[in-house]
Design a protein around this ligand. Structure first.
Ligand code: DX5
Ligand code: ZN
Length: 216
């Protein structure tokens, strides 16, 4: 498949959220990336259900929801009710990850697991056939606009190798510091979905920036 682009709403203008969601509707973006931060798992708080409902109301593309929260099991049904189609939980936040994954899938959502930069890809060896996506964090989660961690390229390759070795159908998403300079090597390394926040929303022409990322 050709790679997908999932612009991160975290970098949009929250005073004009409807306008920015409509801008993404009219663009070549494939998904909308939604970052949920609880101020506990990560040192920042983003937004919660009322904002997600507004996004859902206007969005015409699948919502790719990235939970940076502890105890995600508690809210899986709520995120489903708010329209999440792809739900990512962090490996580092889940004690019973298999149970969490099964819960996400039982609600009809795609189940995805995110790995922080320090977490070895091999922790997913026994779960890779149960999940739909692996999210490789290429910054420390919590903020938009950070610098890409170069070792993430190696992690994407290792994830791709694991997926192929286990004949898994999982795809790979990369999140954090993605731009037009590192996108080609990310795709070459095996990334299927690129998240981009500040690179898209801080550009002069976000719609064209998405076209450029899409045509890498
Ligand atoms: C970081 C978030 C990212 C963030 C990406 O914790 O998970 O999705 O919005 O923003 P950029 O592309 O600016 O690094
Ligand atoms: Zn994210």
């Amino acid at each position: 498949m050709s790679h997908l682009i999932s612009p991160s709403i975290l970098s949009c203008d929250f005073a004009n959220i409807q306008r920015d969601v409509e801008l993404l509707n009219s663009s070549k973006a494939d998904w909308l990336h939604i970052d949920i931060m609880d101020g506990v798992f990560v040192p920042n708080i983003s937004f919660g259900f009322p904002v997600l409902e507004v996004i859902k109301k206007h969005a015409k593309k699948p919502l790719d929801v990235h939970l940076m929260i502890t105890n995600p099991d508690q809210y899986i049904e709520d995120f489903h009710n708010c329209g999440a189609e792809i739900l990512t939980v962090h490996y580092e936040a889940c004690t019973h990850l298999h149970r969490t994954i099964e819960l996400i899938k039982s609600k009809g959502m795609k189940a995805s697991v995110a790995l922080n930069s320090h977490t070895n890809v091999m922790v997913l060896e026994d779960l890779i056939n149960d999940i739909d996506m692996v999210l490789i964090m290429s910054v420390n989660p919590g903020f938009g606009g950070q610098k890409f961690i170069n070792n993430s390229l190696l992690k994407v390759k290792q994830t791709k190798d694991l997926i192929q070795r286990k004949s898994s159908k999982a795809i790979i998403e990369v999140d954090g510091g993605v731009n037009n300079k590192n996108a080609p090597s990310l795709i070459k390394s095996g990334a299927d979905v690129l998240v981009a926040g500040s690179h898209v929303f801080n550009s002069k022409d976000p719609v064209q920036t998405i076209v450029d990322l899409k045509s890498v």
